[in-house]
Write a protein that binds this ligand. Structure first.
Ligand SMILES: Cc1cc2nc3c(=O)[nH]c(=O)nc-3n(C[C@H](O)[C@H](O)[C@H](O)COP(=O)(O)OP(=O)(O)OC[C@H]3O[C@@H](n4cnc5c(N)ncnc54)[C@H](O)[C@@H]3O)c2cc1C
Length: 306
């Protein structure tokens, strides 16, 4: 599985393949995982999710920008999305990738964009999450989170990845904060070297369970972001055993992935958030979804012949 994942993530970075896929557009299979290319697509699907008893974690696609003008354009796009999202019934969450708004250029530039977005998010009644990207960005992302919380933006959160060896100590530090930040826990989606991340899936899964258990007793709002049904069941049991209120835990899944699991969680009365990407820059996001499951290549093949 991890050979498949590493190979796919490696091939996906090959320029001609990316240009071909972008020319073919969302119909190549990405439309299963992405609401559409326009903001109105994201807002429309966010309303549909609300009607199904779920809530959207909206995401304007974009990452690894290398020019200040592009970071500015992206930050403006995120601000517009936050304002438009205000009309969708809550709860409302929006995710931003730090490299989308300049982390590959300058940390201060990114922090300033985050400050402005945190203000807009507050006015719009939206919780703002910083996605966690590849391992060289982790320190800066956690520093920005701490700075924003110190400035009173406690409606900003981030993500921890169970595949990183460092995550238990990052969690220790975050749990010491008052208030404890809202946190999303994921396994991790990037191609990381073995000196920073567990290469074996079993270790990543075990680390996830240990981190989730600690987060349940730790005090903050916990987003269990996984499609792993064994882990979801474990968290539900552990939460109930510890008497943690249901409202302190949400289950987050990706748009287009395991719709039956999404529905069964809603039917069981759980709070279910759906990570809902929209926008033209879908290539990197889409290839990570392909890397997670070989069967997803079937959508590409159907898109090629369809
Ligand atoms: C809401 C949300 C937010 C996320 N945010 C981040 C982030 O900020 N940073 C980051 O590094 N990663 C993020 N991720 C991705 C995450 O790190 C994993 O790569 C992804 O969730 C797949 O792992 P899994 O936990 O579902 O477990 P796995 O063990 O990979 O999968 C569990 C089950 O779900 C199925 N499944 C998993 N993925 C797919 C898929 N794409 N299509 C179909 N079936 C699938 C598998 O086949 C398996 O049956 C996020 C994931 C979610 C759900």
């Amino acid at each position: 599985m991890s050979i498949y994942r590493n190979t796919l993530l490696g091939i996906a970075g090959w320029g001609p393949l990316e240009r071909f896929a972008r020319r073919r557009g969302l119909s190549l299979g990405a439309n299963r995982f992405v609401a559409g290319e326009q903001l109105q697509d994201g807002i429309r699907v966010a309303r549909e999710l609300h009607a199904q008893g779920k809530h959207a974690v909206l995401d304007l696609l974009g990452e690894f920008v290398t020019r200040q003008e592009d970071a500015q354009t992206m930050a403006d796009g995120v601000a517009s999305a936050l304002r438009a999202f205000a009309d969708v019934p809550g709860p409302r969450r929006l995710s931003v990738k730090p490299t989308q708004i300049g982390l590959g250029i300058d940390e201060n530039l990114t922090l300033n964009h985050m400050r402005r977005l945190a203000e807009v998010a507050r006015e719009a009644g939206v919780h703002l999450a910083m996605d966690m990207e590849d391992h060289p960005r982790v320190d800066a992302t956690l520093r920005m989170l701490t700075a924003l919380h110190d400035e009173g933006h406690t409606h900003v959160s981030t993500v921890l990845q169970s595949y990183l060896y460092r995550t238990p100590s990052d969690l220790d530090r975050l749990l010491e904060r008052n208030p404890v930040p809202e946190l999303r826990l994921v396994k991790g989606a990037y191609k990381e070297p073995a000196d920073v991340a567990y290469p074996k899936k079993n270790d990543v899964d075990r680390a996830y369970v240990e981190l989730a258990d600690r987060m349940l007793v730790g005090g903050g709002l916990v987003h269990i972001a996984t499609h792993d049904e064994g882990i979801i069941r474990h968290v539900q049991q552990q939460r109930d055993k510890l008497g943690v209120p249901k409202e302190r835990v949400t289950f987050q899944l990706l748009y287009g992935v395991k719709p039956n699991l999404q529905k069964s969680l809603v039917d069981a009365g759980e709070s279910v958030g759906i990570y809902l990407p929209f926008g033209a820059d879908w290539y990197g996001y889409f290839t990570r979804r392909l890397a997670e499951r070989p069967a997803n290549l079937g959508f590409v093949l159907r898109g090629l012949v369809g």
